[in-house]
Design a protein around this ligand. Structure first.
Ligand SMILES: *Cc1c(COP(=O)(O)O)cnc(C)c1O
Length: 356
């Protein structure tokens, strides 16, 4: 039986996508060859890349000022590449620290210019999003993490500012609409909400490139990858193909607006049970709750292992919380069905009958 996959990443993918991916590994589009054994310069693979770029542009309504790239090195390489390409050595960037990923982004950017940590929620183990702080208007960019995969907070809308954003959207890309024109750059590791591990979606404002006072190694220069359509060197063909299939699946579902509605309904189902069921409690400030990574606790944590065991028996896997929060984390990405969440909710109700 196929399990309900609540892992945070690598994470659930639509079943239809997995079936097509399996077929392409066997015989890609009737070529008599696997997708994995053809040239990345073949017309067949160039078409995959073109379809992937076109789908990303369509899903997020990407303006002509921006380019869509598929790179390697994970979202983690974008922590430094973003600053290397956009932050001049005499310029200042602002960062909001909302968790482990932002902390890493801040550390890496400091090598390239002046970095100000504008606000942090570290004082409460990142269980809320900082508010009411000043954002200077002369920053080169404002960096934030839209969804904090580990702690379960998410910006319902971007921080209010006229400064162009750079945003790590690794765990909520394509889960809702985004006004890309306000972003200098967006990046997202594929393995949370877009595809398998191995590629990173990067959307760059090309008009803001080429302005820094340093030499950038060829492979780390966004202009290299723009000029060569993400094929300066051999691109990760399989992760790009599966990401393409997933993006086309999102388009078939009605695009990011439809996805956002479903994600809101799915998250509400689980949060309502967390708030209703006297045995459980959420870990995050209610107004900052993530629709993608839902973190909660059993008030009596001695029963954690039993709850995980019962969830497993019902087919729900991957709900153990990250070690820095504890408790449980249910990741409810685009591909998670309402049925999967209802199954977990039923386990919680049964637990209440047993112990409530
Ligand atoms: C997982 C994750 C990362 C790290 O991604 P890698 O591709 O493993 O480098 C960065 N930011 C966020 C928000 C994440 O969820």
């Amino acid at each position: 039986m196929k399990k309900h996959n609540f892992f945070a990443g690598p994470a659930i993918l639509p079943q239809a996508v997995l079936m097509k991916a399996a077929e392409a590994v066997n015989d890609f589009e009737g070529m008599g060859l696997s997708l994995l054994e053809i040239s990345h310069r073949s017309p067949q693979f160039v078409d995959v890349l073109d379809r992937a770029v076109a789908s990303a542009k369509k899903l997020l309504n990407v303006p002509d000022t921006h380019e869509v790239l598929f790179l390697t090195g994970g979202a983690s390489s974008q922590f430094f590449m973003s600053a290397m390409n956009y932050l001049g050595s005499t310029q200042t960037a602002g960062y909001i620290n909302t968790g482990s990923w932002s902390t890493k982004a801040i550390k890496e950017a400091k090598a390239y210019g002046t970095v100000i940590e504008l606000a942090s929620s570290k004082d409460k183990n990142f269980n809320y999003l900082p508010k009411g702080f000043d954002i200077p208007s002369d920053l080169r960019y404002l960096h934030y993490t839209s969804n904090n995969t580990i702690y379960g907070t998410q910006y319902a809308s971007p921080p209010v500012s006229d400064v162009p954003y750079i945003c790590d959207m690794s765990s909520d890309i394509f889960s809702r609409p985004v006004d890309v024109s306000k972003y200098m750059m967006i990046y997202a590791g594929a393995q949370k909400n877009m595809g398998p591990a191995g590629t990173t979606l990067v959307i760059v404002n090309k008009e803001e490139l080429g302005k820094v006072d340093r030499q950038i190694p060829t492979m780390l220069d966004y202009n290299t990858h723009i000029a060569k359509n993400s094929s300066f060197n051999t691109p990760p063909v399989f992760p790009i193909y599966v990401s393409m299939l997933t993006m086309e699946w999102v388009l078939e579902q009605g695009g990011v607006e439809a996805m956002a509605k479903k994600n809101e309904a799915k998250a509400a189902l689980l949060y309502n049970e967390i708030d209703r069921n006297p045995l459980f409690e959420g870990t995050v400030a209610v107004e900052d709750r993530s629709l993608m990574n839902i973190c909660f606790l059993l008030k009596d944590n001695a029963r954690e292992a039993e709850f995980i065991e019962l969830a497993g028996q019902a087919g729900c896997v991957g709900i153990k919380g990250h070690r820095s929060v504890g408790g449980f984390r249910a990741s409810t990405y685009n591909a998670m069905s309402e049925e999967g969440i209802q199954t977990l909710v039923n386990v919680m109700k049964n637990f209440e009958e047993k112990y409530g």
